[in-house]
Design a protein around this ligand. Structure first.
Ligand code: ATP
Ligand code: MG
Length: 239
C-alpha cells in the first residue's frame, strides 16, 4: 500500500443530529494538492472541519501519516503538523498583523522561535505583510486579510494545510497572487487540501480533485474529471 499523508475511510460526521457526511473515503499523497469542489451545502467545509476535529464524528477513520487521528483534539493536531484556514476571513481584526501571526504559533512557548518563524513566513511568502506588522488587521484590504489568514496558518510550519475557499470574494488579480503563493507553499513541501469553488482555478493547481455532492464523494480523479459531463449535472441538478 502506498504511504498517504492523509487517508479517510468511510467517514460519517455532522453537527449533533444533523448528519452531513455519509461514508467519505479519500486519500491525499504527500506533497499533493487535493482540491475539493461541489455545490453549496455539499459538505466541503464539514469535511475539513472533520479532519481538524471540530465537528461530531459518528463513524469512520481519519489517518494522518499512518497515525489514527480521528479522536485527537484540535490543539494536538496542530502540534502533529496540521493547520486549517476556515472559510471566511477568520482573522482577529482588532489585533495587529504581528499579533495575528503570533496567535498562529500559540502552542510555541519560546518567543525567539516565534520571531524566527514569523520572519520566515514573511520573507518567503508575504513580504507585503512585513510592511504592515503594526497595522490593525481591519485596516488591511480583503486580499491582505486572506494572505494574513494563510500566513497565520503557516506559523506552525504545517505538513498538511487545510484551506477552505481562500479565494472567496477576491478580485481576479489578487486571487491569482494568492494561488501563486499556495503553489509556492506546496513546492516547499506542504501537502494541501483546498476547497475551491472556481473550477478553472482548481484545475490549474490540483493533483487530485474530489467532487462532493450531498455528503458523498460523487466523482474523483485528476484534472480531466472536470470535462466529465456529470460535473455539470452535479452543479445544476440535484438540489
Ligand atoms: N454549525 C452547523 N450546524 C448545523 N448544520 C450545519 C452547520 N454548519 C453547516 N451545517 C449544514 O451542513 C451542511 C453542509 O454544510 P457545509 O458548510 O459543509 O457545506 P459546503 O459544501 O462547505 O457549502 P458552501 O459551498 O456553501 O461553503 C449544510 O446543510 C449546512 O446547512
Ligand atoms: Mg463551505
Amino acid at each position: 500500500m502506498t504511504y498517504q499523508m492523509l487517508s479517510i475511510k468511510n467517514l460519517e460526521s455532522g453537527y449533533g443530529k444533523m448528519q452531513v457526511l455519509f461514508g467519505i473515503s479519500l486519500d491525499v499523497k504527500p506533497k499533493d494538492i487535493a482540491v475539493l469542489i461541489g455545490p453549496n451545502g455539499a459538505g466541503k467545509s464539514t469535511l475539513l472541519k472533520s479532519i481538524f476535529n471540530l465537528v461530531d464524528i459518528y463513524k469512520g477513520k481519519i489517518v494522518f501519516k499512518n497515525k489514527d487521528i480521528t479522536k485527537i483534539p484540535t490543539h494536538e493536531l496542530i502540534e502533529l503538523g496540521i493547520s486549517y484556514v476556515p472559510q471566511g476571513r477568520q482573522i482577529f481584526s482588532t489585533l495587529t498583523v504581528k499579533e495575528n501571526l503570533e496567535m498562529g504559533a500559540f502552542l510555541t512557548k519560546e518567543k525567539d522561535l516565534i520571531e524566527k518563524r514569523m520572519k520566515e513566513v514573511i520573507e518567503s511568502h508575504f513580504p507585503d505583510l512585513g510592511k504592515k506588522l503594526d497595522d490593525y488587521a481591519f485596516n488591511l484590504s480583503g486580499g491582505q486579510q486572506q494572505m494574513l489568514a494563510v500566513g497565520r496558518a503557516l506559523m506552525q510550519d504545517p505538513q498538511l494545510l487545510l484551506l477552505d475557499e481562500p479565494s472567496l470574494g477576491l478580485a481576479p488579480k489578487i486571487m491569482k497572487e494568492l494561488f501563486r503563493k499556495i503553489i509556492e507553499i506546496n513546492q516547499e513541501g506542504a501537502t494541501i487540501m483546498i476547497v475551491e469553488q472556481n473550477a478553472k482555478q482548481a484545475t490549474k493547481i490540483a493533483d487530485k480533485i474530489y467532487v462532493l455532492e450531498d455528503g458523498k464523494v460523487a466523482l474523483s480523479g485528476d484534472k480531466n474529471i472536470l470535462k466529465d459531463k456529470r460535473i455539470e449535472k452535479i452543479y445544476l441538478g440535484g438540489r
